[in-house]
Write a protein that binds this ligand. Structure first.
Ligand code: ATP
Length: 353
């Protein structure tokens, strides 16, 4: 377990800047290191201070996220630099990833060959393979969590982010997780050689599991009921379909691992004919752009829904407190509404396990 030292205040070392994004338990903001001027991303996570509160993140889950990030030092995985703690908040100082989401970058393009997509895919596989070799599953691989270090670079680097659901899997231990997003979900257990597989076919345009509703998509994934219909997959190479088919295999012993994916001829062609096939085939950009726009709309909808729910929860906490009920707002709930983040004393954590 991480031991938290009370050393320094994050604001003494970093200047807090603009908001870069937000998630379920807080915000991600740009921060500038006072000593060097270097830019980083600060992930500010609200911590649940009492068991009866439903606001904030359980401290043990933050500790898990920190431990996972500390174990994962790889060019395609967002790096963790530092961790601070205050009474109601933990701040992760992370590598700043300024290129935006991979899918937004792709959606701006008019054409994308399979070879271009494979360059990105390879980097994702390298990051995921590294994670899996350390027995860690991400469990939330989805377009929002695949970013680019710098989209202006000629060959932008992929960075995998958000390890909030990541788990270290002990051998023999069973882990089933049904959280995540229907389109990318897999039913996981520790025997799965390649748990984070549902993400990958997206890079080929449309998911072959796509149903009319999220429920139908989820049912299709669980039943492994998919098809490559001619309308959407006519421009997809046979090698790409073979790659996808080898991922969607129920028996984990038969499914490709991330390492095996890197040796599949779609990723690493062996003959000139295979290279030519890849270059000839392209991503269906019309479908991709449509999918990306729908995804963005859904994200905004979910954000509004989450804010309303949080607002209702806070009201409920206040009402229960007034009525003398057991459900009381905890310290972090109070700070949510009454204390400005700048006034918090944030202290550095050390991880002496
Ligand atoms: P969720 O509720 O989706 O699990 P979360 O609370 O775990 O989210 P993240 O997904 O890690 O938070 O971050 C939220 C958003 O902040 C991301 O979608 C991304 O836009 C932005 N972000 C996260 N990390 C970084 C980073 N290192 N550099 C730049 N932006 C980042």
């Amino acid at each position: 377990m991480a031991v938290f030292n009370m050393l320094e205040n994050v604001e003494d070392l970093y200047e807090i800047g603009e908001v870069l994004g937000s998630g379920h338990f807080g915000q991600v903001r740009e921060v500038r290191e006072r000593a060097t001027g270097a830019r980083w991303a600060g992930k500010f996570l609200k911590i649940r201070k009492c068991a009866s509160s439903r606001l904030g993140m359980e401290r043990k889950n933050v500790e898990r996220e920190v431990e996972v990030l500390q174990a994962l030092q790889h060019p395609n995985i967002m790096a963790l630099k530092d961790v601070f703690e205050s009474r109601a908040e933990v701040v992760l100082v992370l590598e700043l990833i300024s290129g935006g989401e991979l899918f937004d970058f792709i959606a701006e393009k008019e054409n994308l060959t399979e070879s271009d997509a494979i360059d990105f895919m390879k980097q994702i596989l390298l990051g995921v393979g590294f994670m899996h070799n350390k027995q860690i599953g991400h469990f939330d691989l989805k377009p929002e969590n695949i970013m680019l270090s710098d989209k202006m670079a000629p060959n932008p680097d992929i960075k995998i982010i958000d390890f909030g659901l990541a788990h270290c899997l002990q051998s023999g231990e069973e882990y089933r997780c049904m959280s995540g997003t229907p389109q990318y979900i897999c039913e996981y257990n520790s025997n799965l050689l390649f748990p984070d597989s549902a993400y990958f076919p997206r890079l080929s345009g449309l998911s072959p599991f796509q149903g009319d509703t999220d429920e139908e998509t989820l049912r299709n994934i669980i039943a492994l009921n998919y098809k490559f219909d001619d309308h959407h997959f006519s421009m997809t190479s046979a090698m790409a379909k073979d790659f996808i088919q080898k991922l969607f295999v129920k028996d984990q012993n038969e499914r490709m691992t991330a390492e095996e994916c890197l040796h599949h001829p779609w990723i690493k062609p062996l003959t000139r004919k295979q290279v030519a096939n890849r270059n000839r085939s392209s991503i269906n950009m019309k479908t991709f752009k449509k999918f990306n726009a729908k995804r963005k709309w859904k994200m905004s909808y979910n954000m509004v829904w989450m804010c309303n729910r949080l607002h209702r929860l806070k009201l409920l906490c206040k009402t229960s407190a007034l009525a003398g009920e057991e459900l009381r707002p905890c310290e972090s709930d109070q700070e949510d509404t009454e204390t400005k983040p700048a006034s918090l004393i944030r202290r550095r954590l050390s991880n002496s396990s």
